[in-house]
Design a protein around this ligand. Sequence first.
Ligand SMILES: [Zn+2]
Ligand SMILES: [Zn+2]
Length: 370
Amino acid sequence: MQAILLRSGAKQVELADVPDPACRNGQVLIQALETGICGTDREMIQRRIVDVPPGQDYLVLGHEGLGRVVETSAGQDALKVGDLVVPIVRRGCGRCNACKTGHVDYCYTGRYTERGIHKQDGFFSTYYADWPRYLVKVPPELEDLAVLAEPLSVTVKASQTALSLLRRVKFGGSYSQPGKRERALVAGHGAIGILGTLLLLEKDFEVFVLGRRKSGDFQRSLIEQLGVTYLDATTDQPTDLVAREGGFLLILEATGLSEITFQLANYLGRNGTMVLTGVPRGPKTFQIDGNTLMANIVRTNQAIVGSVNACAGCFSKALEYLAVFRQKYPQMMSKIITARYEPEQFEKPFAQKARDDIKVVIDFRTAPKE
Ligand SMILES: [Zn+2]
Ligand SMILES: [Zn+2]
């Protein structure tokens, strides 16, 4: 079968023939429909660092999958041939309490694998096999959007994390004032930033998005059509807004840039929570005013927390939100997947993210099946 893979030390991905996966007892065989490309994929390529599975000199990339069950095996009755599924990313260590109870995203030992990222082949291949406990069934009417379930699951978990911390500063059912709509800031507008914006609107926050796009640019226009205020970091840092109205109760970081993230802490309001989702890699040193940062966190009960990956429950929630978002924002939802490429056209989308791209996917529907 065809697979898009990265070999150890290689500086480019390749489309190669690899053996079909075996469908082991209890597993199901899935035919790929669409697999999303994300920054994590491009970064592995740029850094030429790839965590290959044991005994293999390559890793099949892809952790944002959508597929159809084409074969089932004895020992499982959760899924049947024809079902649409999205796979979760992480496979637990099987030893710690988090993994044993289905919360593999909170694995305590660190001995997990991640499909398409860490020591297990991913979903840029015509077929893949998996266990039903790692698969979430997709309603047929969501086929065109369900490849977004993975990035949305990341924002579902991040928002749950932030809201669980904010619960401790909710008094008599309200935050700062009864009936007041609290402000949230989303930094970045890739798929996670944009889906996070929709999610926080759904949670009834007044949302602001921080990025580097000029008026009229694609992502900025999409965001402004939601009635959300866009702040151009190059011209209008939120400093004035924060000085006038106080900081944000919730900040969702979706930039992956450490320097910007510590600046964002200055925009956090009293009792506020900032949740980080980006993973910067490699050394980056810069100066920050550590005393002010620490004093603000302590004096105003702030929380800065990280959130990675998501469990099957967050994927199920993500699918529910996709249906809600489509009903409320049909225009927006039809524009988040900005391009679909056939597997043979893989070189261009993996080489670089175009300025107006939000989510780019490889469409395997036309890939040869034998
Ligand atoms: Zn991703
Ligand atoms: Zn574990």
